[in-house]
Design a protein. Sequence first.
Length: 104
Amino acid sequence: MRYTIEFTRSLYDESHPKRIERVLNELGKLQSALGTLNDVASARAMLDRIAQEAMADRKNGMKPRFTSGLRAMLTADQERHKAEQLKKATKAFEKLENIKPFWI
């Protein structure tokens, strides 16, 4: 949506340039927060995969490359980061909802 507005911006009546900027600004914040949330989800999947490999190593008598304490610490950090990004995404979305349309 953000890129479409930027690309087609010259087609809109420029009577509301501040509104357009506000929409683009909040869409940018929303996009950034959602991108970070995607990174958190990807990191969580990688941590889970690494932990499974470590358990398999232990079962095969190999020295684990990944400890459960390290996994817990990283998971807690990811959860904190997730909560922060959810707040940012929610705030940006709420602001977007309250901006009057610029195309009218």
